[in-house]
Design a protein around this ligand. Structure first.
Ligand code: ADP
Ligand code: GN1
Ligand code: MG
Length: 358
């Protein structure tokens, strides 16, 4: 842990507490409380995953600066509706300690909550609106100026190839026990290129997207429930709106947790799907093309399969990517994702009808 954040970052006063915070699988987050009641968010960046923290932080700084202007122009509150990086005393965007750990600090956005799941479609609709609005706000952002923090992040075909390589290597000797999951992924191989093909042929536009729209990556107002601020901007890169829509549905419209072990409880809630879709389409302010709207349900399925494939890959590789809380955790996550994808398949026609109607 950092000894004295005040000596490192441009904040003043006396620290009264620092404690671990949030439920992310990648970075480690702390909330810092000061004697005068002000609060900050201190994060160590996972540099196993984000190999170039300079580029990463440059992306975040540029995107948030841009968003502040857009938010002000549309009459919003830039201090609450986007992240603000607090630089170090030497004016760097992050601090590298003696052990090589990289730390960054943000203003803490108060009076907000993050949800791990939703029951009320009206609140989930607000979450959809926030993610849709995020795309609309970045609609004219110069995509070429973004560094690609993780190349091929949503290249589902390559994600599947990585799984195949992990099966072949079988470094932990776990492949024999997961034949059912391997077969589930293999049976769907011909569909993993659906979004990539549409992007490549130009049928669907490449946009600046968030790419990690797990619903706990939007801060919601504690009183009104409105989606206030989209956070976790590490993976903002060119992509498809289907990735952002899809990942949020995968996590937030599921009837059980991402790692649930009672697989028959893992379904997609159609009412939640519909609410989120309405919010998302509204938030994007007419920017989505008819083809994108039609393919939104495919995005949800693709992101669910992709995460299942990634969890299975990590299980086979010895749990080197996602934080786990117990042995076998990534396999549980994989199974839950595959159960959810199977349920989505059975509802696909209905979902396509729904988004057309919206
Ligand atoms: P990870 O990449 O590990 O998911 P996040 O950046 O999403 O890390 O942060 C983890 C959690 O911390 C979030 O889900 C949210 O609850 C909280 N959080 C992050 N940034 C802020 C902020 N600026 N203000 C208030 N809460 C925040
Ligand atoms: C990670 O950082 P977090 O916990 O919001 C991951 C996502 C996965 C998600 C699965 C950079 O998201 O891609 O969908 O876990 N982020 C990265 O829960 O790999
Ligand atoms: Mg997060």
């Amino acid at each position: 842990m950092l000894n004295d954040p005040v000596s490192i970052f441009q904040i003043e006063g006396e620290v009264v507490s620092v404690h671990e915070y949030g439920e992310g699988h990648i970075n480690t987050t702390h909330k810092v409380v000061m004697a005068d009641g002000s609060e900050y968010l201190l994060q160590s960046i996972n540099t196993n995953i984000f190999k170039n923290p300079d580029e990463l932080m440059e992306n975040i700084q540029n995107v948030t600066e841009y968003l502040r202007k857009v938010i002000a122009l549309r009459g919003g509150d830039p201090s609450r509706e986007t992240l603000e990086v607090i630089p170090t005393r030497e004016n760097h965007l992050y601090y590298r300690d003696e052990e090589g750990t990289c730390w960054r600090m943000y203003h803490f956005i108060r009076n907000t909550v993050t949800y791990q799941s939703f029951e009320d479609p009206a609140i989930f609709e607000k979450c959809g609106k926030a993610f849709g609005q995020f795309l609309a706000d970045l609609d004219e952002y110069p995509a070429d100026s973004l560094h690609e923090a993780i190349p091929d992040f949503h290249h589902t075909v390559k994600r599947y190839r990585t799984l195949q390589a992990a099966i072949a290597d079988d470094v932990c000797g776990r492949a024999a026990d997961v034949q059912e999951e391997i077969a589930f992924a293999a049976a769907r191989e011909d569909r993993y290129g659906m979004i990539l093909d549409a992007l490549e042929s130009g049928e669907m536009p490449l946009r600046v997207t968030h790419n990690d729209t797990k619903v706990n990556n939007v801060l919601m107002d504690a009183v009104t429930g409105d989606g206030i601020c989209v956070i976790d901007l590490d993976t903002v890169m060119p992509g498809s709106c289907l990735y952002d829509f899809g990942d949020a549905i995968r996590f937030g419209a599921a009837t059980a947790a991402e790692d649930c072990t009672e697989l028959d409880t893992m379904k997609m809630d159609v009412a939640l799907f519909e609410a989120f879709a309405r919010g998302f389409i509204t938030g994007t302010q007419g920017k989505l093309t008819p083809m994108e709207i039609k393919m939104l349900p495919v995005g949800a399925w693709m992101m669910t399969m992709e995460n299942g494939i990634r969890f299975l890959t990590d299980h086979l590789s010895g749990d080197v990517y996602f934080k786990i809380h117990h042995s076998g955790h990534n396999l549980e996550r994989c199974r839950a994702q595959f159960a959810l994808a199977a349920d989505m398949e059975s509802k696909m026609e209905k979902l396509v009808e729904l988004v057309q109607k919206i």
